[in-house]
Ligand binder design. Structure first.
Ligand code: DC
Length: 228
């Protein structure tokens, strides 16, 4: 371990609905670190691409868009705000159409390289917890601690169902499970930085755990690494 205890880089990867963002947010809070939701950055760019009516298969055009778009992640009273060119889009980027688009635009290597450069800049001082699909493998291959979260498909679909319900939307659980499987397949089978478990990552199956229990396991692992 090269970094000191106060400025570690903690990477969390895993498929849709594995509980990454809930755990990452809570872990960051316990450690007094900054939480960075890398998926929100792909969603933010997708939101803009959709709004501009761009072709999601046109890599050159999306790369240009990524270059000229300012994506900012800020926090306000325990909430993360996502801004695209100064406009707050935190709610819009959670919409289904944007979600589907984010998985499509993220297959393009040149779009990814813009995002990765930005993610690395955000973490220059350390003291961050970042979650996504390629954090432990590509963004920070030298992260101090890496986790790979996973959960049973049925449980992940149930979580998405409850999230949608809380937002006032009723979705069929089996339809959600199908969408999760399709998005995972795209994220895992793309050529550029596919989702996979980093060799050194600690796997946590969150199916039967509450978020604080997941974070207890993470904290224990971090303590063990720091002590070593
Ligand atoms: O974590 P999320 O569901 O908000 O991510 C949305 C999409 O963005 C996901 O389906 C794939 C892409 N993504 C990625 O390719 N790499 C990341 N580090 C984070 C997200």
């Amino acid at each position: 371990m090269r970094r000191t205890k106060d400025c570690l880089i903690i990477a969390i990867d895993g498929p849709v609905g594995a509980g990454k963002s809930t755990a990452a947010r809570l872990l960051a809070k316990r450690l007094g670190y900054r939480y960075i939701d890398s998926g929100a950055m792909y969603r933010a760019l997708s939101w803009k691409a959709l709004r501009e009516g761009l072709d999601l298969d046109d890599e050159q055009c999306l790369r240009r868009l990524a270059d000229e778009t300012c994506i900012a992640l800020e926090s306000l009273d325990d909430r993360e705000l996502i801004l695209v060119d100064g406009q707050e889009v935190s709610r819009q980027i959670r919409e289904r159409e944007v979600e589907q688009a984010s998985s499509r635009i993220s297959i393009h290597p040149s779009v990814r390289s813009v995002m990765v450069a930005q993610q690395r800049r955000m973490a220059e001082q350390g003291g961050i917890v970042m979650d996504g699909r390629d954090i432990g493998t590509v963004v920070f291959p030298d992260a101090d601690v890496k986790f790979y979260l996973t959960a049973r498909l049925g449980e992940r679909a149930k979580r998405r169902y409850l999230e949608a319900q809380a937002a006032g939307v009723t979705r069929a659980v089996d339809k959600l499970a199908e969408e999760i499987e399709a998005r995972d397949a795209r994220d895992m089978n793309r050529c550029a930085s596919p989702l996979r478990r980093a060799d050194e990552a600690v796997t946590i199956d969150t199916s039967d755990l509450l978020a604080p229990q997941v974070v207890d396991v993470m904290e224990e692992e971090i303590r063990r690494k720091v002590a070593a």
